[in-house]
Design a protein around this ligand. Structure first.
Ligand code: SAH
Length: 196
C-alpha cells in the first residue's frame, strides 16, 4: 500500500468545474451503482423515511432511487451544472434559494421537497446547517477528496451522522503508482484510522 505518489496530489474546485463543463465526467454512471442495490438492506436496516446524505454527489442517479423509495435525500456538490443537470435529466421541477449561513452557496430543492442539493464545498457544511443523517452513500466521494483533506472530510462526516446510522463506502483498489487519480487509492488501514 505505497500511496506516496498520490499523497501530494491536489485537484482544485476549479478543475472539477472544468471537468463538468467539458463533459469529462466518466465517473457518472447512468445505470446507478450495483453495490447500492446489493447493500440497500444494510443501508436501510429495515427503516423507512430516512434522511440520506450524498457527499460530493455529482448527478448520481441513486439520489432519485432513494427519494422514490420515500427517503429524504440531501447532497452537496460544487458544480451548479451537475445539480441542474440532475433535476432536468429526471424531469424534476425544483426551486433554488440562497443558504444564509454560507456566503455564495445555493440550495436546489425538488418541488416535492424530498431532494435538496447544496451547491457549495462540502467543507462549508456542518450539522447546524444540514442536520444529521441516518444513512450515507459515499461513492466517488472519499476517493475524490484530496489525500491531504481526508482527515477533515472524515471528521465532518462523523459529525453529520446520527448515532444509529449506516455508512456505505465504495473504494477502488489498484496500484497508486500506475494512476494519479482521482479516484485515489485509499487503503483499508487508512479507512480504519479515519473512521475508527
Ligand atoms: N458521487 C458522484 C460524483 C463523483 S465525482 C457519483 O457517484 O457519480 C466527485 C464529485 O465531487 C464531482 O462532481 C465534483 O465536482 C465534486 N466535488 C469535488 N470537490 C468537492 C467539494 N469540496 N465539495 C463538494 N463537491 C465536490
Amino acid at each position: 500500500s505505497d500511496v506516496g505518489s498520490q499523497k501530494e496530489r491536489v485537484v482544485t474546485e476549479e478543475e472539477w468545474l472544468q471537468k463538468w463543463e467539458m463533459g469529462n465526467i466518466g465517473f457518472h454512471k447512468e445505470q446507478g451503482h450495483p453495490l447500492l442495490q446489493k447493500y440497500l438492506d444494510v443501508l436501510l436496516n429495515g427503516r423507512s423515511g430516512l434522511r440520506i446524505f450524498f457527499p460530493l454527489c455529482g448527478k448520481a442517479v441513486e439520489m432519485k432511487w432513494l427519494a422514490d423509495m420515500g427517503h429524504s435525500v440531501v447532497g452537496v456538490e460544487v458544480s451548479e451544472q451537475a445539480v441542474k443537470d440532475f433535476f432536468s435529466e429526471h424531469s424534476l421541477p425544483y426551486c433554488e434559494e440562497p443558504v444564509p449561513e454560507i456566503s455564495g452557496a445555493k440550495m436546489f430543492q425538488s418541488t416535492s421537497g424530498n431532494i435538496s442539493l447544496y451547491c457549495c464545498s462540502i467543507y462549508d457544511l456542518s450539522s447546524l446547517i444540514v442536520g444529521k443523517f441516518d444513512g450515507v452513500w459515499d461513492r466517488g466521494a472519499l476517493v475524490a477528496v484530496n489525500p491531504c483533506d481526508r482527515q477533515r472530510y472524515a471528521n465532518l462526516m462523523i459529525n453529520l451522522v446520527e448515532k444509529n446510522s449506516s455508512y456505505l463506502l465504495v473504494t477502488v483498489s489498484y496500484d497508486p503508482n500506475k494512476h494519479k487519480g482521482p479516484p485515489f487509492y485509499v487503503p483499508e488501514s487508512e479507512i480504519k484510522s479515519l473512521f475508527g
